[in-house]
Design a protein around this ligand. Structure first.
Ligand code: SF4
Length: 238
C-alpha cells in the first residue's frame, strides 16, 4: 500500500519499511496503552486548526493555547481578522511570541481564505482530495509541510504523519534516523515507517511521551514504556 504522506511530499519509501513498521506498530500499541489518545486541544474545524497550528510553532503549549483563545474571542470571524490592524492582532497573539511576524501571517491567511473560498471555507476545505488539500494548505502564507499535514490529520481526517519536534526526537532516539538528521530529511523518511491507519494515534502519543518522558535534555529512560525498542534507552544508565 502506498504511503499518503510520502506521496504528497514526492518521496519514496525506504527499503527498511517492513522491518520498522512491525516495530513501530508495537511502539504505537505500547504508547497508546500508556497514554490513551488524549485531545491536545486541536479542532475539527480546519480554519480554527490552521490558526492553532500557526500559533503553536516555536512556543509552549500554554502560551499558544492562550493566544488562540484570545484570537477566537476578540475576532469572531475571518473578515474581522482580515480587516484588523496588524498592531491589534499583534497584541492579541503576543503570548505566542513572534508578535508582528505572526500577526501579519494570520491576517494574510484570513484574507486568502476569504478570497479563495468566501466567508465559510471549512466545508470547501473538507471536500478537497488529499492532493488538493495539501497543495492548498501549502499555498497559505508561511504554512510549511508539517503544518499542512497537521491540519490534514487533525481536521480533515487524512492518514498523514506530520513530524514535529517530539516525533523527530523520539523516533531518532529509537533508531529510525541518524542523530543530527535535519527536519526535512526526517519528514521525508519517518512517515514511511508508520503503519497504515496509525498516524494520528502515534503522532499524539509521541507528543505526550516527548513532553512527559523522552524530554529533550534528559530522557527518563527508566520510566519509559518503549525502552525495549529504543537504541538510546538500551545504552542509557538512567
Ligand atoms: S528509552 Fe529513553 S530515549 Fe528511548 S524513547 Fe524511552 S525515554 Fe526516550
Amino acid at each position: 500500500m502506498s504511503n499518503l504522506t510520502l506521496a504528497l511530499l514526492g518521496r519514496k519509501p525506504s527499503r527498511q519499511v517492513k522491518k520498522w513498521q512491525t516495530k513501530i506498530q508495537k511502539v504505537t500499541d505500547l504508547l497508546v496503552a500508556e497514554y490513551g489518545t488524549p485531545s491536545l486541544g486541536n479542532f475539527r474545524d480546519p480554519v480554527k486548526e490552521i490558526f492553532y497550528i500557526v500559533l503553536s510553532a516555536r512556543t509552549t503549549e500554554s502560551l499558544y493555547k492562550e493566544a488562540h483563545k484570545r484570537l477566537s474571542r476578540e475576532f469572531l470571524n475571518l473578515e474581522a481578522i482580515a480587516n484588523a490592524p496588524v498592531a491589534k492582532l499583534r497584541k492579541c497573539v503576543a503570548t505566542a511570541g513572534l508578535g508582528k511576524k505572526r500577526a501579519v501571517q494570520i491576517k494574510a491567511i484570513a484574507s486568502k481564505l476569504l478570497s479563495d473560498f468566501g466567508t465559510r471555507p471549512a466545508g470547501k476545505l473538507r471536500r478537497l482530495s488529499a492532493e488538493e488539500a495539501y497543495a492548498y494548505l501549502r499555498s497559505l502564507p508561511g504554512v510549511g509541510p508539517k503544518s499542512a499535514l497537521c491540519v490534514m490529520m487533525y481536521s480533515l481526517g487524512f492518514d498523514v504523519f506530520p513530524v514535529d519536534a517530539h516525533a523527530h526526537r523520539v523516533l531518532c532516539r529509537i533508531g529510525l534516523i541518524k542523530p543530527g538528521a535535519k527536519h526535512y530529511h526526517a519528514q521525508g523518511v519517518l512517515p514511511g515507517f508508520v503503519p497504515p491507519g496509525s498516524s494520528k494515534e502515534l503522532h499524539v502519543a509521541l507528543i505526550v511521551h516527548g513532553r512527559q518522558i523522552c524530554e529533550p535534555r534528559v530522557p527518563l529512560c527508566n520510566e519509559c514504556a518503549i525502552r525495549m525498542f529504543c537504541n538510546t534507552g538500551r545504552d542509557s544508565k538512567s
